[in-house]
Design a protein around this ligand. Structure first.
Ligand SMILES: [Mg+2]
Length: 94
């Protein structure tokens, strides 16, 4: 399944739950809250077992916003990866 299909399925579920009642800024704030949750799972020596789930929460919230805004994330991700690759190290040590 490609990432846009995942985004669509997740969006449809969030819609059925009635949780699409936010502004873009509020939705982004919830991405930040999931980043905070992921941080809390990394406060020990090693990330906890729940760390992966928090990363999934971050991605799902981002994909939800992308689908809502009509963004083709597969296309954008591939384009951005290429752009990053073409930028090279920009003077940073390898
Ligand atoms: Mg979470």
């Amino acid at each position: 399944m490609n990432i846009n299909k995942l985004a669509e399925q997740n969006y449809d579920w969030v819609e059925r739950m009635g949780w699409h009642n936010k502004t873009t800024l509020e939705a982004l704030a919830l991405v930040a809250s999931e980043v905070g949750e992921a941080i809390n799972e990394c406060r020990g020596e090693e990330p906890t077992e729940d760390f992966a789930e928090e990363l999934a929460d971050i991605v799902l919230r981002v994909l939800d916003i992308a689908h809502w805004q009509g963004i083709d994330m597969e296309k954008v991700l591939l384009a951005k990866m290429l752009k990053n690759k073409q930028r090279g190290t920009r003077g940073r040590a390898k």
